[in-house]
Design a binder for this molecule. Sequence first.
Ligand SMILES: *Cc1c(COP(=O)(O)O)cnc(C)c1O
Length: 218
Amino acid sequence: MPDVSKNIDRLKKSIPPNVCLIAVSKTKPIALIQDAYQGGQLDFGENKVQELVSKYEALPKDIRWHLIGHLQTNKVKYIIPFVYLIHSVDSIKLLNEIETRAKKINRKIQVLLQIFISEDETKFGFSFDELKAELKNGTFKKFQNIEFRGLMGMATLTDQEQKISAEFNALHQFFKEIKPQFNASFDTLSMGMSSDYLLAIQAGSNMIRVGSTIFGDR
Ligand SMILES: *Cc1c(COP(=O)(O)O)cnc(C)c1O
């Protein structure tokens, strides 16, 4: 079993204090999450709704649960009561469903808009142009139960660091460009995982989602 608290401490020493670390615990057992929690880690990320819900039920209620994987509209209702931040909002349809479900229980849900920045066709997200068009239409102003906290993106899976950095830099530029159109709480740029978090931070990330470096390979 990996010493997850030691891995988290080591990781935190290598990143600036303003960068929020999300410990990505997908596929990992409750016991390892408990180890990290006892070491002081409160932010955890999962990519599947069912796994997120069962871990939420089993673990302390002050954990901040981040949904980082693709979210289907018909599953929104299961996470709305407790989710802390949804990183993977990739359509207006999904925003509409989050708004409806959040309104029902009088919650305001924090979200990041996922932007497609990579060459990997399997990844999700708005293109820069799609998001600009929605901004022009004022689409995001109508949501009362959603708090737009920022953007999320994933770089191409490659060992070409220049390519990864270029993608992250482009997203950071775009973030700065559109930020004035949201309110002051639009302050989060979620990019970087185990293989590329240092490049992401160099390119302006202030939230990284790290799994295998903390919990071991999946
Ligand atoms: C799995 C996952 C991560 C973490 O990946 P690691 O390589 O294990 O650090 C980050 N972001 C998303 C969206 C993921 O699905």
